[in-house]
Design a protein around this ligand. Structure first.
Ligand SMILES: Nc1ncnc2c1ncn2[C@@H]1O[C@H](COP(=O)(O)OP(=O)(O)OP(=O)(O)O)[C@@H](O)[C@H]1O
Length: 204
């Protein structure tokens, strides 16, 4: 369970939000909404521990995420809106390295299978710099197929994806929630997650 209480966050002199509280239970998904610049990415990065809040507490299974440190990181997967993939490396190398850094060692067969499920058959060994924007996004999102993390924090996961890839991401979210996973995400596009308890958090 993730419990956020009285969270406040600023950028420079500008207060983005304050007094933000919510609880996310296993099997729940929450969409963070708000116009451009309202602080959605800042909130997600704060929940990951990449930014420190001005005030407030973030608890994972009842303990402070700051104190849990790597133990929290091992249970959380963050996919930012920038792909964080290395241009010179292949799709296969990118997936194996990013997965390894998050504590999941993938052998080549597993990584190839994940990339193929993401529609990247025949693109596994190419340097990612030659892939299209949507294909690069698919490489980054392939982590969703191999992650063992309970909490997924996803910033604009649908950006640059075509209809088939959006449907695949929706099904991966459904599978994750059915396994008692948790998801916090932002999107400016509609997302259909069947039969799920979709919560929303609006920043203004
Ligand atoms: N490093 C920084 N220094 C100063 N201001 C920043 C910095 N990063 C972000 N900001 C500002 O903080 C505000 C919130 O940015 P953030 O990226 O969290 O918004 P967002 O809701 O995710 O926006 P979008 O929908 O456009 O992705 C913006 O006004 C932005 O200009």
């Amino acid at each position: 369970m993730l419990e956020v209480s009285n969270l406040a966050c600023s950028r420079g002199d500008h207060r983005l939000f304050s007094g933000l509280s919510f609880t996310l239970h296993p099997g729940q998904i929450m969409q963070v909404q708000g116009e451009n610049g309202s602080g959605k990415t800042s909130l997600l990065r704060t929940l990951c521990g990449f930014m420190s809040p001005d005030e407030g507490d973030i608890l994972w299974r009842g303990e402070s995420t700051r104190e849990l440190g790597e133990d929290y990181c091992a249970e959380m997967m963050y996919l930012g809106h920038l792909n964080a993939i290395k241009d010179e490396l292949s799709a296969l190398e990118n997936l194996r390295i990013s997965s390894g850094l998050s504590g999941v060692e993938l052998d080549e067969k597993e990584a190839v299978a994940a990339l193929r499920r993401m529609g990247l058959k025949g693109r596994e060994l190419l340097p990612t710099k030659v892939l299209s924007q949507g294909q690069r996004r698919r490489v980054a999102l392939a982590r969703m197929l191999v992650s063992k993390a309970k909490l997924w924090i996803l910033d604009e996961p649908l950006a640059a994806l075509d209809v088939a890839a959006v449907a695949l991401i929706e099904s991966l979210l459904e599978e994750h929630l059915a396994r008692e996973g948790m998801v916090i995400f932002t999107t400016h596009q509609p997302l259909q997650v069947a039969g799920m308890d979709m919560r929303t958090l609006s920043l203004s």
